[in-house]
Design a protein around this ligand. Structure first.
Ligand code: PHE
Length: 347
């Protein structure tokens, strides 16, 4: 076989290899093996010394031609393979904009927190301070200072969890009344405060009872505070919460720390007072307990009841949420089921 024939065969074989290869690595191998220093073309060129001098230029230029052609073909194939690789990578990365987006779960404040904040805003607008008290409370503030001495039968209404004889988790937010009154400096103005928070009672849980629930205590003490102030304040609150047409009705009741004591009803926001299932067909909804601060409670906190008077109330955000949103079971608020909680996201 002449050198030219060898080169022709080599070109043909290599062209076939190039066209059969489908990855960049083996293409590179072909390049090194065929065109490299130890490759067959170099070999052929080395054999030229045995040729007659007049044949050398012809064979030499043919060998160069073959080398250039193969180099070109390899480059062409490399470009093609690189483009394919890029296209494949792009195809794998491609985004289907019609797929539903990834849901990023978003938290929301609990509906009870929202109600408490709504009520706080209303009272801050009327010049009240917001004061928090401890959940672990002394018997002294929870009961004694609220005019409920040891062995008083009224203690039965608020049976609780004792930590020791003197320490308990509070049954109501009323102890914050005593804590605030004993510190208040009346030379700086009247006392107006609300105190939201958790309270605890040894109740058996059912649809309308929970051993843990919320209260918002309200207290105003100044000279010449009357039940008219109490009623006006409650009316303002109910109109803001349940609509301008709401009316408030006071009914006699009993609490050891208020005298007189009243239960406040609001005209039904659902039926306007005609009677429906929300107001149990009475037209009125019982909404909170309140009254004029008992003179003994003022006195125990170092306030002279002959000079000062006040009103207090305690309302339940849980109950307000149940009424407003038709929640039938108070326990739903405390189960942490996000399907329940998420319903109030927009509130
Ligand atoms: N503390 C009372 C209760 O928990 C509610 C209340 C507060 C009543 C303030 C009158 C005045 O039942």
């Amino acid at each position: 076989m002449t050198l030219e024939e060898q080169l022709e065969n080599l070109e043909e074989e290599t062209m076939e290899k190039i066209s059969n290869t489908s990855d960049l690595d083996s293409l590179n191998n072909i390049r090194v093996k065929t065109l490299g220093k130890k490759g067959p073309i170099t070999e052929v060129l080395r054999g030229m010394k045995d040729l007659a001098p007049e044949d050398r230029p012809k064979v030499g230029s043919f060998a160069n031609q073959v080398r250039n052609h193969l180099t070109q073909q390899i480059e062409k194939k490399r470009a093609k393979l690189e483009e394919e690789a890029l296209n494949q990578a792009l195809a794998e990365e491609s985004i289907d904009v019609t797929l539903p987006g990834k849901q990023i779960p978003q938290g929301t404040r609990h509906i009870l927190t929202k109600i408490v904040e709504e009520i706080e805003d209303i009272f801050v607008g009327m010049g009240y301070q917001i004061i928090e008290g401890p959940e672990v409370e002394q018997d002294h503030y929870n009961f004694e200072r609220m005019n409920i001495p040891k062995n008083h039968p009224a203690r039965d209404m608020q049976d609780t969890f004792y930590i020791s004889d003197e320490l308990l988790i509070r049954t109501h937010t009323s102890p914050v009344q005593a804590r605030t009154m004993e510190k208040h400096d009346f030379s700086k103005g009247p006392l107006r405060m609300i105190s939201p928070g958790k309270v605890f009672r040894r109740d058996t849980d059912d649809a309308t009872h929970s051993h843990q629930f919320h209260q918002i205590e309200g207290l105003v003490v100044d000279k010449h505070i009357t039940m008219g102030d109490l009623k006006g304040t409650l009316e303002e609150l109910m109109k803001k919460m349940f609509g301008e047409d709401r009316e408030v009705r006071l009914r006699p009741s009993y609490f050891p720390f208020t005298e007189p004591s009243v239960e406040a009803d609001v005209s039904c926001f659902k039926c306007g007072g005609k009677g429906c299932s929300v107001c149990k067909h009475s037209g009125w909804i019982e909404i909170l307990g309140s009254g004029m601060v008992h003179p003994d409670v003022l006195e125990m906190s170092g306030i002279d009841p002959k000079e000062y008077s006040g009103f207090a109330f305690g309302l339940g955000p849980d109950r307000i949420a149940m009424l407003r949103y038709g929640v039938e079971d108070i326990r739903s608020f405390y189960l942490n089921d996000t399907r329940f909680i998420d319903q109030f996201k927009g509130e």
